[in-house]
Design a protein around this ligand. Sequence first.
Ligand code: NAD
Length: 374
Amino acid sequence: MKTHKILTLAGDGIGPEVLAEAVRFLKRLEALGLARFEFEDDLAGGASIDARGVPLSPETLARAKLADAVLFGAVGGPKWDGKGPYHLRPEQGILGLRQGLGLYANLRPARCYAPLAAASSLKQELVEGLDILIVRELTGGVYFGQPKEIVTLEDGQRRATDTQVYTTSEIERIARVAFELARSRGNFVHSAEKNNVMRTGSLWKETVTELHAAEYADVTLHHILADNCGMQLVRRPKQFDVMVMDNLFGDILSDVAAMLTGSLGMLPSASLGAVSPATGKRAALYEPIHGTAPDIAGQNKANPLAMLASTEMMLRYSLDEAPLADALSSAIEAVLARGLRTPDIAAPGTTVVGTAEMGAAVAEEVANILEVAA
Ligand code: NAD
C-alpha cells in the first residue's frame, strides 16, 4: 500500500479546528487499514508571521513541492488586518503557495447534498442532485495582465487600466484539465467566454474548439456566452456538468454556482498545477473556500464539511483513491440525512452539533459505508 505524503497547513482562526477533522478522517482510514498517510504539519498565514516573521517561509514552500498534496485551512484575521506591508500580510501565505506551486487550475464543485436541498435559495427541484464542477483559470487573465495601472491624464482626470491577456498555451492547459475531468464525470463540458465582444473570448473559443477536435472528440463540448451562463446557472443549473472559463468569469460564476448549494461552510476547492517531470506528481492544494471566521473561532462551532469535502477532492484527484473519496462523500450525506447540523446549516427538527462531533460522526460513518469491521 502506497504511503501518501500530506503537508497540512492549518493557518489561523477556524483553520486548525476544521483541518483537525480532515486529519481525524484520514487517520480513521488508516486505522481501518484502507490507506496510509505521512503527515507533515507546518505554519502559514498569521501563525507563520508570528513565529517566523513571514506568511510563507521558503522551507514551507519547498515542503509543499515535495508533498503528494497540501491540505490548507484558512489564513488571516483581525490580529494581522491592515498591519505590516502588503507582502507580509497573511493572505500572501496562500497567494505565495499558488504562485510557488504554479497552481493554474482552480476546481470549484457545486454539489447539493439531498438533505440540504431545501436550504437553497432556489426551488428544491432545481438543485436536488445538482453536481457541477467549475474549472477556473487561476494564474492569467485580467487579474495579472499588464499594463495594470491608474494614471493621471493631462486634463487632470485619472484613468485606470486592467488588461485581459491569454495565450493559446494557457487556454489549452486549462481546457485540457476540464476535458480530462469530464471523462470521469458526465462527459460534457461547457466553455464560457464572450467571443462576441472580447478578442480573448475569440481566441478562447477557437483554441478550445481545436483542442477538442484534436484530442477530446469523445467529450461533448458546448460553447456558451458567459453572461448567458450566469443566467442559466440560476435558471436550470442541472444542465451543466464541467464548466471551464477564464479567471474573471470563473471568479464570479463559481461563487454564483456555489451559493446554489447553501452555506459557505459546505464549499470545497482544489487548485492544481502541472505534473512535475522530475517526480511525476501534479502540484495540488486543497482548501475550503471560506476564510478564518474569527467570529466563531475557538468555539467548536465551525462547519468542518467544506474541509472534509476538500479532503474528498484530494483523495480523488491527487491520491488516486476514488473509492475512498466516494465513501467520504456518502458519509457526509449519511450524517446530514441523520439530521446532524453545525449551527450554520441548522434547521428546525435537526440536531445541532459542534465541529468535533460533526467530524467524528463522518469519520465513524465511513466504516459503515465501506462495510469494513471497525
Ligand atoms: P469568512 O469566510 O471567514 O466568514 C464569513 C462568514 O461565514 C462568517 O460569519 C463566518 O462565521 C461564516 N463561516 C465561514 N466559514 C464557516 C464555517 N466553516 N462554518 C460556519 N460558518 C462559517 O470570511 P470573512 O469574515 O470575510 O474573513 C475572515 C478572515 O478570513 C479575513 O482575515 C479574510 O482575509 C480571511 N480569508 C481567508 C481566506 C483563505 O485563507 N483562503 C479566504 C477568505 C477569507
